[in-house]
Design a binder for this molecule. Structure first.
Ligand code: DCM
Ligand code: DCM
Ligand code: DCM
Ligand code: ZN
Ligand code: ZN
Length: 268
């Protein structure tokens, strides 16, 4: 996701963490503001482009070598490369954020990565190898030349919300939080936490990756690459994508809160 997606995931999570988890996170981040998670949600995208942080670039995705649209699946041993992937990164930073032998800076980085990677794992094309997660599938959106990955990260969320400021994210998060609490998602939110296990981060994150990857077959590329390549996707494609984007951002925020609650207090 781009800035809007990551900031929104963080704000949704803020709405579902316990007060003990809030204190745990605010202490690590040395930020008692009302945007303590949103303020760090995109740090990982800046860091991965620095020479110091380039090792972390593969941690933003898992390259599922499946065969959409006929077959969608993720296999940890097949798909998590030797340099690591989003699933191994969630495991690593889940242990590092509570590692008392580490410096304040390293614990801070661990939390910032958790906030970011639980967002990214919910972007369907971050769980797909085909055409580098859609990065080499050229499309246009509202007349702008871009690629399929980028419209899922950025163009479609921003068209839906109308901007990408922290205020836009907070507003979108409020809408999705209401849907989770009392609206369209309230009856399914408990299923979003099924299988969550702080003692098995790999299995837990693989569940999230598998769930997200399924949308590559159903919604991202239902008729294959040729059906979208070179096409303008701001019409019916966008209309079909929007409910999946909303659902995945909502799930990411709700699951991030539950994961942080488990890290900080041992219960969701
Ligand atoms: N991006 C951003 N802020 C940065 C760096 C990159 O919003 N400081 C955006 C550009 C792409 C998206 O992040 O749309 C790519 O991030 P992906 O990391 O989802 O892992
Ligand atoms: N690092 C990491 N995960 C680990 C070990 C290290 O992400 N399990 C990264 C974060 C540190 C950097 O490597 O900033 C250097 O770590 P070290 O000082 O342990 O070599
Ligand atoms: N990306 C991905 N899968 C890959 C490579 C990249 O999901 N195999 C994502 C990370 C960024 C976007 O695509 O969100 C652009 O990546 P980059 O800046 O590395 O080209
Ligand atoms: Zn992306
Ligand atoms: Zn990312």
């Amino acid at each position: 996701w781009g800035t809007l997606g990551h900031d929104t995931v963080a704000y949704i999570a803020q709405n579902f963490v316990t007060s003990a988890t809030k204190t745990f996170c605010q202490n690590i981040l040395a930020d008692t503001s009302t945007s303590y998670l949103a303020n760090v949600a995109t740090w990982a995208d800046t860091y991965r482009y620095t020479s110091e942080g380039s090792f972390s670039a593969p941690y933003h995705f898992i390259d599922a070598e499946d065969d959409p649209p006929s077959s969608c699946n993720v296999d940890y041993n097949r798909d998590c490369g030797s340099g690591g992937c989003v699933v191994s990164a969630i495991q690593n930073y889940t242990s590092r954020v509570v590692d008392t032998s580490l410096s304040t800076t390293e614990v801070q980085k661990a939390l910032k990565w958790i906030v970011h990677f639980i967002g990214d794992i919910h972007q369907p094309l971050h769980d797909e190898a085909l055409d580098i997660g859609g990065n080499t599938i050229d499309v246009t959106f509202d007349g702008t030349s871009t690629n399929l990955h980028h419209i899922w990260d950025t163009n479609m969320p921003e068209k839906l919300v109308g901007g990408y400021t922290l205020t836009d994210a907070k507003t979108w998060a409020k809408t999705l939080t209401t849907s989770i609490k009392t609206g369209a998602y309230s009856s399914q939110k408990s299923s979003w936490l099924s299988g969550i296990n702080i003692d098995d981060p790999i299995t837990t994150a693989m569940g999230w990756a598998t769930d997200s990857n399924a949308y590559v077959c159903s919604t991202v590329l239902p008729d294959g690459v040729s059906a979208v390549s070179g096409q303008e996707l701001d019409g019916s494609y966008y209309t079909t994508a929007v409910p999946v984007i909303e659902l995945q951002i909502a799930k990411a925020g709700y699951r991030l809160a539950a994961w942080l609650n488990l890290i900080a207090t041992g219960s969701t």
